[in-house]
Design a protein around this ligand. Structure first.
Ligand code: DAH
Length: 333
């Protein structure tokens, strides 16, 4: 056979045999056949090489080496492939690239809560928690909301039982996180500096800014000589820390049974002032209800809507988006 044709033929059949080898034994047989030192087909090619004219030998010799190297490297890479752990385990090809699992993100409100805790932590406020199912003592009475007060109206609250196990009285989903002020002061002597973030429930008509479940951040600081000026400073610093230096916050005189004086807190969003919460100096009656001496200590308290801040930061105009659980919306945060 003409040498070039013989090389081509050798290459083609070597490639076929090596690729087809499915076991180490088959691969070894192919090695012996095509690369064997003693009588393999490479020997025959070598003999052919000896017969070509001297002037052609250089070119043909090169081709010989080329083919030999190629077959050798193919053999060793096939060797490696066969050495790899079995590809198929229980019907699963473990060498296939896996399907990338979708990594979730924290819910935007959870992220906001974490950031609020972080900011308030830097101001020295410790985060504490309280129950979402409350009795009237903590949701109303200790907060200086008398028995006949409209805030207790069943139409404005989610009462869930007429008689609770521990309180004996009516039980409701808390309508405000101010409950945690009471629970904290009941078990801790002053000074106090806490925030509490969590869900509150109100049977409000749902619209773009109202949801029957939302989140509040309650804050409470009680010590000797705590002042309204400190309250304003803390709230302004907080708003700036979360929304940026240029945020405008204002305080409007208002009324809450548990503070005196009381203010409502607004922030500017575009051209519009929107209400973000209430605040004030803790009413002496509240201090007395938990056994504090209003002559010895004073305090400020505030309750802010978590969603409102988050909405302004991210320009979300509809609170319902947070609770529809549409992953396309939630994944953006
Ligand atoms: N609890 C009030 C509300 O839900 C907000 C509030 C007002 C909280 C004044 C306070 C406060 O701690 O001092 O609207």
């Amino acid at each position: 056979m003409e040498p070039n044709a013989a090389f081509d033929e050798y290459e083609r059949s070597a490639v076929a045999a090596i690729s087809a080898a499915a076991t180490a034994e088959q691969l070894e047989a192919a090695r012996v056949e095509f690369l064997g030192k003693k009588q393999g087909r490479l020997k025959d090619l070598q003999k052919l090489l000896g017969q070509v004219a001297a002037e052609e030998r250089r070119v043909i010799g090169q081709r010989f080496n080329e083919v030999k190297t190629k077959v050798e490297s193919l053999l060793s890479s096939r060797q490696k492939e066969l050495d790899r752990p079995k590809r198929v385990i229980a019907g699963i090809d473990i060498t296939l690239p896996g399907r990338t699992p979708k990594i979730g993100v924290l819910h935007p409100i959870t992220q906001t809560i974490e950031e609020f805790k972080d900011i308030m932590g830097r101001f020295g406020f410790t985060a504490v928690e309280g129950p979402e199912i409350e009795d009237e003592q903590h949701n109303f009475t200790a907060l200086n909301i008398p028995a006949e007060h409209p805030a207790r109206d069943p139409l404005d609250n989610f009462y869930i039982a007429a008689a609770g196990v521990s309180s004996g009285g009516p039980v409701l989903l808390r309508s405000q996180t101010s409950t945690v002020q009471i629970r904290t002061m009941e078990r801790t002597p002053p000074p106090i500096r806490i925030v509490s973030l969590g869900r509150v429930y109100r049977p409000d008509t749902q619209d773009d800014t109202h949801s029957c479940m939302f989140h509040q951040m309650e804050g409470l600081m009680v010590d000797r000589d705590v002042t309204m000026a400190q309250l304003k400073t803390v709230l302004a610093l907080f708003a700036k820390a979360y929304l940026g230096e240029d945020v405008k916050v204002r305080f409007r005189p208002s009324f809450f049974p548990f503070t005196e004086p009381s203010v409502e807190v607004d922030m500017l969003w575009g051209e519009t002032w929107i209400e973000v919460g209430g605040a004030g100096m803790v009413d002496p009656n509240v201090l007395r209800a938990v056994g504090y001496d209003p002559e010895a200590v004073t305090g400020f308290a505030f309750g802010l809507g978590v969603e409102r801040f988050c909405m302004r930061r991210h320009e979300v105009r509809n609170i319902r988006l947070f609770y529809e659980n549409d992953a396309r919306f939630l994944r953006q945060f």
